[in-house]
Structure formats: C-alpha cells, structure tokens
Design a protein around this ligand. Structure first.
Ligand code: 13P
Length: 276
C-alpha cells in the first residue's frame, strides 16, 4: 500500500530527501510527468491550481490521476495547490485528494491559523495531508513592499505550526513564482532558523527560477518538498504552438500531444535530477 503523504514528508525531512510537486493541467502534462517519474524512478506529486479545478472539478482531477496509476512505477500523490478557500480544500478532501494546501498567507496570522486549523481538523479523519503557508512567495499578484513583508518570521511559523498543526509548511524565504528577471535570493539563514524551530517538513515554492545548486543546498536544511509549475506549462504551450504551427488545418490533439510529451517530460526529468 502507498505510504500516506504526511508520513512520507516526515521521513523525507529526516532523511534529507525532497519530493517534487509539478503543477499539471490536463492529461497530456500528467502523461509527461508520469513518464519522467518513471524514467528517474521517483514518486512525484501532481498539483492542481484553482483554475484547473474550477474549469473541471476536483473529482475529475482525481479520476484523471487515478487513470495514470497503472502506468506509474512509483506513487503519485494528488495535491490541491494554493487554495485560499477552506471550502475548496474540503471539497478536494471529500473527492479523495492526498493533500491540500490552504494558503492563508495573505491574511493576518490569526486568520491564517484559524483557516489552517479548520482544514487540518477536516483532513485528519480522511488521512489527507495539509500544507500551510507563512511569509509570502513573490511574483504573480502578490504585493510585497519590504523584506519583512515576504520573509517568514520564525515566531509566526512556530505559532502556525503549534496552533494549527499542518503536516508541512511552505515558507517565504525569498523565492518567487514564475520566471524572474533576476535569480531569487534565498535567505538560507532564515531557513536554518525556521528548521531549527519546527520539525515540520518545509516546502519551497517557485521551483522554476531556483538554481539547482540552491535546491540542493536547501534539502539538507529541511526542505522536503519543492513545487515546480511555470517551466512545465510554458514548455507545454511553446511546444504545442510550434507543433500546431506546422500545419494548423490538420493538427489533431493526440498526435500533437504525442510529439510534445517527450519535450515536457525532459524538463520534468531535469528538475527531478536536481533533487536526487
Ligand atoms: P513556479 O511556477 O515558479 O515553478 O512555482 C510553482 C509553485 O510554487 C506552485 O505552488
């Protein structure tokens, strides 16, 4: 039987290993991630953002991933990424997700703790793992004015972890979502302080722009999971655009997909090699 995700992440932090989570959108990028995970021989997490589950549903996403289970040589974990809605987390839990992220990082600490606690209580009996966030991951529409704005405070991480009891904590330590004009400066000193203060597996967001060396440095410091999104979907879109452009009139989705899946899988493989 597949190990529950909360236990796997705990083991990974103790063993100084890291699980990679990839944001996916449809059967073709899931196909690419599963193929890469088989090539590198690692378990992976498949993560769905809000727009994917809003357009489809958490149940459809669950079924899509279930459909790939027989093709995977290692466990596949399904995760709801960056949900700011407690209700959506509950829906994903009801529909059989392995893990949900409740992102209260834009709220006050008190509200973040309250939201996280509600999801943790709901998830417990279902055996679903909960990821919380503290500090901010920059990029997209997250506004930050100063270091104090995005850097997770050690006291806040301790309060969130002790009062709400999430299974893992995403920490704002300088990373940003998406492609960034300059290489993000990771505050390793803050990561060390946080890891010293809480035993929780820690999560690094913004995997697209983080150099391999920084990823490798962060794993023995307590990072047990890394999230990677933009590089996967942008490779997918660019490759598809090029492929369709060859002959748009006769472009047939499964044939287009067949030709671009290896390119997406190679990007995923390169990220998986970075964590091993
Ligand atoms: P990137 O899009 O920068 O890879 O970040 C993904 C992420 O952190 C999803 O939660």
């Amino acid at each position: 039987m597949t190990m529950k995700l909360a236990q796997l992440l705990k083991n990974y932090r103790a063993q100084q290993r890291c699980l990679a989570g990839f944001n996916v959108n449809d059967i073709y990028d899931i196909n690419a991630v599963v193929s890469a995970a088989n090539q590198i021989d690692l378990p992976v997490m498949l993560m769905t953002y809000g727009p994917v589950v809003e357009l489809n549903s958490t149940l459809i996403c669950r079924k899509m991933v279930d459909g790939f289970m027989p093709k995977a040589n290692n466990p596949l974990y399904l995760h709801l990424d960056h949900s700011t809605s407690v209700d959506l987390c509950k829906q994903a839990i009801d529909d059989g997700y392995d893990s949900v992220m409740i992102d209260g990082s834009q709220q006050s600490l008190k509200e973040n703790i309250a939201m996280t606690k509600e999801v943790v209580n709901y998830a417990r009996s279902a055996g679903v793992a909960v990821e919380a966030e503290i500090g901010k991951i920059m990029g997209r529409d997250v506004q930050v004015n100063s270091e104090d704005d995005y850097l997770a405070s050690v006291a806040d991480v301790v309060a969130l972890y002790e009062e709400a009891g999430p299974d893992s904590v995403a920490v704002g330590i300088g990373t940003a979502h998406g492609f960034t004009p300059t290489t993000p400066k990771i505050h390793f000193d803050r990561l060390a302080e946080i890891a010293q203060a809480v035993p929780a597996p820690l999560v690094l967001h913004g995997g697209t722009g983080i150099p391999d060396a920084d990823i490798q440095k962060s794993i023995p410091m307590g990072i047990a999971k890394i999230n990677i999104g933009t590089i996967v979907h942008s490779t997918y879109m660019r490759a598809m655009h090029a492929e369709i452009g060859k002959d748009v009139a006769s472009a047939y989705p499964p044939f287009v997909a067949q030709n671009i899946i290896p390119e997406i899988a190679e990007v995923v493989c390169s990220r998986l090699r970075a964590i091993t």
